[in-house]
Design a protein around this ligand. Structure first.
Ligand SMILES: Nc1ncnc2c1ncn2[C@@H]1O[C@H](COP(=O)(O)OP(=O)(O)OP(=O)(O)O)[C@@H](O)[C@H]1O
Length: 262
């Protein structure tokens, strides 16, 4: 069985009378790139803030690395976050911006900066100032900041928002490389087609509720063109499909329902 990196149990967050997270249950396993999909205001950032302890929950539980976070503050040190745009100095280079954060976080080994810049492919930007970066470069610097403390799990809020296909593919490459290094990733977007390019598991958040959690394979099945047929004799229908229509490209969903993909 895969190791659970994050599990939430009936998570509730309210702002006054507004229930922003309504009994949210999600599970992220080691090595997943988990795509959190939801329209504006669905609660994505709030969920990420609660998971990373930047916002207090009202009730429910968050388990990180198998332990409830309330009892395991160390687990926070194993997380890296990019929630909302990180503050970078416009007149500083990528290296100098990260050096500033190293000082803030007490990271002494500045070789680490070169290492994370290599990982996000910003090691050749030299003296170029942050304000001269493309949006994709800015987002990748945000990811570099998120991995500065060697996390096992990173949380990235909308890192592919507004990027062109090239920018998305650069982020995708970076995320896949991090996944290879055993880093588990939670990433959000309101555009499923963009998330589809990078994630292997998806949670659909709507009005503060997770309405579906699907693997990529399940999502492909759900989205493929098919004919859903309600029948009262499933066995007879299968025989009919195979013998008369000469197809086995169908799936029996339950005693009364078949999906025909041909
Ligand atoms: N600090 C706050 N005080 C009151 N309401 C808030 C606060 N933060 C978020 N909300 C409300 O919670 C709901 C969810 O907001 P959230 O930012 O989590 O959604 P989102 O899915 O990340 O949206 P977007 O894609 O626009 O960032 C919204 O109705 C928002 O107005």
């Amino acid at each position: 069985m895969k190791q659970e990196i994050l599990k939430t149990k009936d998570l509730i967050k309210k702002y006054k009378d507004n229930i922003v997270l309504n009994k949210v249950n999600i599970t992220i396993n080691k090595g997943d790139i988990y795509g959190l999909v939801g329209s504006n205001g669905a609660g994505k950032s709030t969920l990420m803030n609660v998971i990373s302890s930047l916002t207090m929950k009202d009730s429910g539980k968050v388990y990180l690395f198998g332990k409830e976070i309330a009892q395991n503050r160390d687990s926070r040190n194993r997380i890296g976050c990019m929630i909302e745009n990180p503050a970078f100095y416009p007149n500083l280079s990528a290296y100098d911006n990260l050096k500033y954060y190293c000082i803030l976080k007490g990271i002494i080994d500045h070789e680490k900066i070169h290492e994370v810049l290599r990982k996000v492919k910003l090691d050749n930007t030299r003296k170029k100032k942050f304000k001269q970066f493309s949006l994709g470069m800015k987002q990748r610097l945000g990811i570099a900041l998120a991995i500065l403390n060697n996390p096992d799990f990173i949380i990235l809020d909308e890192p592919i928002n507004g990027l062109d296909p090239l920018g998305i593919s650069e982020i995708r490459e970076t995320l896949l490389q991090l996944q290879q290094e055993n880093i588990t990733i939670l990433i959000s977007s309101h555009i499923l087609s963009e998330l589809y390019l990078v994630a292997n598991k998806f949670g659909f958040l709507e009005g503060g509720k997770i309405i579906k959690e699907l693997s990529k394979e399940q999502l492909d099945n759900e989205c493929s063109r098919c004919l859903s047929i309600k029948v009262n004799d499933i066995k007879k229908t299968c025989v009919l499909l195979e013998e008369k229509l000469n197809t086995t490209n169908y799936k029996v969903l339950n005693e009364q329902e078949i999906r025909l993909y041909d």
